[in-house]
Structure formats: C-alpha cells, structure tokens
Design a protein around this ligand. Structure first.
Ligand code: NAD
Length: 482
C-alpha cells in the first residue's frame, strides 16, 4: 500500500530539510503491532500541495458539473469495488468491528454518488427578479478555490468523504490532512481518487501531525476555506488562526448528547438504541448519546437491562466474526478514558459495571456505566470519547428536555417514546442539530449534519454541505434594449 504524500497527481516523499528521513509509525490498536511507517510531512509539503491545487483549480471548475460528476461517480465505483479491502483497513487502523467499518464504506459510496447527482441537478446560476425592470441580476455559485480538509481518526473515511465529495463537486481543489492516528484509510482512498483520473493538483493529501501539517495548512495564504472535524480545543485554535486571514471556516466539533427514554417506549428497542449510542465504535463518536435520561417509572428495569447487555458485549479482535466492540483507537485515547474513570472515583459516582482495561496488549476497555450522575459531574458535562455511559432519571417531559439541554454541546439526540405527539414536542424542544426518534443513528447524505451550540459551525451533507464549499457572486447590469 502507498505510504507517501499525494501531491500534484503523484506519490512523493517529504520535501524540505528532513526530506524522507522522518516517518510516522501507524499502529494496530487491537494488538499494538506496527501496521506501516508512512511519510511525515511538514510546511514544505503543504506549500507544494497548495501551489499545485491553486494551479489546477480554475480548470477543474471550468470543466463543468458533468465532468466533475463523472469523476465523483468513478470514485464511488472505486470505493465500492474495493469495499472489502477498505473496511478491513479501517478495522485494522481504527479498531472498529468489521461490520461497523462496512457501514462506513457504504456511507462513503453513497456520499460520492449523492454529490455527483446533486451537482448535475443544482443550478449553478439563478436569475433574481428585481423591482426595477431596467436591470437584470443573476447570482452564481462559484467554488471557494483551494480548500483545506482536516479530519479525525474516529470515522476516518466517512469524515473525509463528507468534505471531499462536495468540495470536488463544487469545483474546488483540495488538500486533505488525515489524522496522524489513522492515515491508512485515506491513503487507500487517495489511490482510488488517483485511479479516477482527476487532473493533477485537484486532489492532494499530505500526512502529518496537527502541529506540523495541520497548522501550516490552516496558515497557508492560498487556502481560502477550511473544513475541520475534530476536538473543540483544536477547532477553536483553527478558528483563531483562520480569522487572521478571514478564511471561510466550517467546524464539526464535539458532543455530549442525550438519549431520552420515556416509560411508554418499547424497552427492548430503546435499550438497543442506548447501547449502540454509547458503545458503537467503542463510544468514540461525536454523536455518542453518552447521557442516558430514563423516565423514573422504568428506571430500575431499564438500568438492569443496560447493565446486563453492557456486561455481555463481546469485545475482541475487530476482524473476528461476532465482535461487538473493538479496542480504543490509540493509547492516548485509552489513557483519556482511564483518566475519566479516576475522576469518577474522585466524584464518588456509582459505577454499575466496567471501569477496567482488558488485558495488557491492545487498547481494550470495558463498557462502563455510572448511575445517578449529577449535572455538576465532569463525566456528565465533558466529552469522554470512550465506552462510558452516564445515567440519570427524570420525572416528566419538561425535566427530560431541561436535562437534555443542560450541555454546552448540541450535536444530536435520540428520543424513545410510543407517543407521536410527545416525540414531536421533545424533538422540537431539544437543542441539537439532529434528533432521531425511535430509530438508530442512521445518516442520509441528502440531509443536514451538524450541531447547535459548541458542537458545530455550519452544516455538512445535503445541499448545505455543497453550499459550504461555494461562494456567491452577484452580477447586475442594465437590461439590454430589445
Ligand atoms: P483532534 O482535534 O485532536 O484532531 C483532529 C484533526 O486535527 C487531526 O487531523 C489533527 O492532526 C488535526 N490537528 C491537531 N492540531 C491541529 C492544529 N493546531 N492545526 C490544524 N490541525 C490540527 O481530534 P481527534 O482526537 O482526532 O478526534 C476526536 C474529536 O473529533 C472529538 O472531539 C469528536 O467529537 C470530534 N468529531 C466530531 C465530529 C462531528 O461531525 N461533529 C465527527 C467526528 C469527530
């Protein structure tokens, strides 16, 4: 597999003073073995990629929507044709069970296919009727130019596709920086983009750390738009840096989302939703519903079910059939989760299950549940990004809504109830960018993704995700005499 940067249509080693001497080690989180040593880039690689992108971008836009849509379809087909290999690579590098990685790959395919369709259908220009018939006006959608895409390690290929597909569709040229923890899925995707035959320079990938490559990308003057998915700490720094050059910016940040389970809900189904919401991807989801709000009349029965299911979850080799939860994606993430378990002990939280690392090789951690977690607890307020669920009971609808909204974040929420009126009321009252009612966390590329409060700035997916990579131009002139 390729382990170099992809710049100006070619695979290449690092440039600059340390050209090719420094490599980035990439590990398998399930057994801590070395998977690959890949190129480790720096500012010189970012500069080369930005220059290649700036040179290629006008031609890519001028080629027109049909050409760009065809390229996106070739990428979608390329991903589809290698679905098995890509899913395996995601499991190996990130540690998620193979079944979850397969869902990710399917999501990537549908995202590229959707934006191919949308860019052909969406009008690039609209006439705007004016009150004064002496003038005619039109508004054009133009690309931003060179765009920088920075993604995390928890859904490597998915977070990339949600940015890359609309950015390319709109006619931008791209510099992608994958996470230094999981660059392998993006390297495989870059090979597919290469085979799709995009003009050299339209797509570039530079591997490296946030400080080495990410910061250089954010600061590069040729980059006109940044789209970032990751932590609030880094997102805030990027926003500050982007402000200096007044760059366009989209941010997809953290969450501390709630699932609200009412006493009329189908308890088996609600339990399944709560389990997946907290423990899928070992809880390393921005959309994790790690705060579980349970209606008091069913609290005991529901809690017993949750604990029984959490204790029975099959942890193990992500590639093995039947594995329900893999390891955390890195040692740093394991240590972070362990630190929160220590905080829980200091806060005297009631632990119902879990709390321990499993084994000594691989970053496995038990599904962990705390009961009656007060609103002041750090475990209730902070994004842990691991398999840690916090429970709390409520007495009525108003309290459920108040507790769900008692957060700095507002990414998603889930509501479980048999009462359609209540479902609508609660969904409308919860401050979150997406509310699932009685259903798992399905995401359709046609809809909007993003959160309220500190979770997001802007939206991905759907036409909103395309608009994020476009800028408007208004052209107005006197009406020609007929
Ligand atoms: P992170 O912020 O540490 O890193 C994300 C990316 O930013 C990485 O590629 C990293 O190398 C890069 N980076 C780090 N410092 C940088 C800098 N100074 N300048 C530019 N780039 C820099 O996040 P992570 O640990 O990889 O991912 C976990 C976080 O991502 C969680 O907070 C999670 O909620 C969030 N997330 C959000 C969404 C969403 O859609 N809202 C989706 C997935 C993950």
């Amino acid at each position: 597999m390729r382990t170099q940067h992809y710049i100006a249509g070619a695979w290449c080693d690092s440039r600059g003073a340390e050209a090719g001497t420094q490599r980035l080690a990439v590990f398998n989180p399930a057994d801590e073995s070395l998977l690959a040593e890949v190129a480790l880039g720096a500012a010189a690689d970012v500069a080369a990629a930005c220059e290649a992108a700036a040179a290629a971008q006008p031609g890519w836009f001028d080629a027109g929507p049909a050409v760009r849509a065809a390229a996106l379809r070739r990428i979608a087909n390329g991903v589809q044709n290698r679905a098995a290999e890509l899913a395996r690579l995601q499991s190996l590098n990130n540690g998620k069970p193979l079944a979850e990685a397969q869902l990710d790959v399917a999501d990537v395919v549908s995202c590229f296919a959707y934006y191919a369709e949308l860019i052909e259908a969406a009008p690039a220009e609209v006439d705007v009727p004016l009150p004064d018939p002496a003038f005619v006006a039109r508004v054009r959608r133009e690309p931003c130019g060179v765009v920088g895409l920075i993604v995390p390690w928890n859904f490597p290929m998915v977070t990339t596709a949600w940015k890359l597909a609309p950015a390319l569709a709109a006619g931008n040229a791209v510099l992608l920086k994958p996470s230094e923890v999981t660059p392998l899925p993006e390297l495989a995707l870059a090979q597919i983009v290469h085979e799709a035959g995009l003009p050299a320079g339209v797509f570039n990938l530079v591997i490296g750390t946030g400080a080495g490559v990410g910061a250089a990308l954010v600061a590069h003057p040729l980059v006109r738009k940044l789209s970032f998915t990751g932590s609030n700490a880094v997102g805030t720094r990027i926003a500050q840096s982007a402000a200096e050059q007044v760059k366009g910016l989209s941010l997809e940040l953290g969450g501390k989302s709630a699932i609200v389970v009412f006493d009329d809900a189908d308890l088996d189904a609600a339990c399944e939703l709560a389990m997946a919401g907290a423990f899928m991807n070992a809880g390393q989801m921005c959309s994790a519903t790690s705060r579980v709000l349970v209606h008091r009349p069913i609290a005991q029965a529901f809690t017993e079910r949750l604990v029984a299911q959490a204790t029975a979850l099959r942890l193990g080799d992500p590639l093995a059939e039947g594995t329900q939860m893999g390891p955390l994606a890195s040692r740093a993430q394991l240590e972070r989760v362990q630190a929160y378990v220590r905080i829980a002990a200091e806060e005297n939280l009631a632990r119902l299950c879990g709390g321990e690392r499993i084994g000594t090789r691989g970053h496995f951690f038990q599904p962990t549940i705390y009961a009656d977690v007060p609103g002041s607890s750090r475990l209730w307020r902070e994004e842990i990004f691991g398999p840690v669920m916090c429970l709390r009971t409520f007495t009525d609808e108003a309290e459920a809504i108040a507790l769900a909204n008692d957060s700095d974040y507002g990414l998603v929420s889930t509501v479980a109830t048999a009462d359609p009126g209540r479902a609508t009321r609660v969904a409308n009252a919860i401050a979150a960018g997406l509310v699932w009612v009685n259903m798992p966390q399905l995401i359709f590329p046609q809809t909007a993704w993003g959160g309220m409060k500190r979770s997001s700035m802007g939206r991905e997916l759907g036409p909103w995700g395309l608009a994020a990579f476009q800028q408007l131009k208004h052209v107005v002139q006197p009406r020609a005499a007929s």
